[in-house]
Design a protein around this ligand. Structure first.
Ligand code: FMN
Length: 216
């Protein structure tokens, strides 16, 4: 007999692990985010900085994928990728992005909107140098998002790059680097019993964060 739990119609969680204290709201959404991120890092350190990044192409085609948060600046979040990838092509034409962090063990979600710009070469160089050599060579080897024959193998490319950079610095490829997302909107979502979830939004209006609570 099939496991009834495997039937997606039967999966139910009555969220109850936490709540948002609407009487003691933190003024800065960045501070609020860091508190939640720290909780996520404690409970699931390997996945806490993963988020879904959505872009929209010039033809209005939306596209989502997971990337990793690699830094938090005063007003922005940082991630790294290939500047010729599908997402980068979207971003060349439309700088608006939406982000989604989902931390299931905490029953928390954070939804974010912002506008991207490229990091400076120096910042991307510094981060690239901090990566393991295998990841550096991986960045050189992959034309991210381009088509490959089904029987393609990276072994030859990686072997020849290992030879080329033996005892040398692997420089950052010009087609790889960071983006920063300047944020104008955060929504903090905390799962609550009976689907009556807590939602707190921060919208940047004329340089000031304005608050709003939303119905679940
Ligand atoms: C957990 C996880 C982390 C990832 N982190 C990154 C990342 O930081 N940068 C990146 O370019 N792709 C990352 N990827 C791969 C992307 O999801 C995606 O496949 C890739 O960037 C190509 O996307 P695109 O064709 O839309 O440009 C990650 C995937 C997963 C599942």
């Amino acid at each position: 007999m099939s496991n009834p739990k495997k039937n997606i119609k039967n999966i139910r969680i009555d969220y109850s692990k936490s709540s948002i204290d609407f009487n003691n709201i933190i003024d800065s959404p960045f501070e609020f985010f860091k508190i939640w991120l720290d909780l996520a890092l404690e409970i699931d350190p390997e996945n806490a900085n993963a988020f879904v990044l959505s872009t929209v192409s010039s033809k209005n085609n939306p596209s989502s994928r997971v990337v990793l948060l690699r830094g938090i600046l005063e007003k922005s979040f940082v991630f790294y990728t290939n500047y010729l990838s599908s997402k980068a092509k979207d971003l060349d034409e439309n700088k608006n992005v939406s982000l989604n962090f989902f931390w299931p063990y905490l029953e928390k979600q954070v939804r974010i909107k912002g506008v991207v710009s490229k990091l400076s070469d120096l910042e991307s160089d510094t981060y690239f140098k901090s990566r393991p050599i295998s990841s550096q060579l991986g960045a050189h080897s992959s034309e991210q998002s381009s088509s490959l024959p089904l029987n393609f193998s990276f072994d030859k490319i990686v072997n020849s790059l290992e030879e080329k950079y033996k005892n040398k610095d692997v420089g950052r490829p010009v087609f790889w680097g960071g983006y920063m997302i300047e944020i104008s909107y955060f929504e903090f979502w905390q799962g609550r019993p009976s689907r009556l979830h807590d939602r707190l939004c921060y919208t940047l209006v004329d340089g000031v964060w304005t608050l709003e609570r939303l119905s679940p």
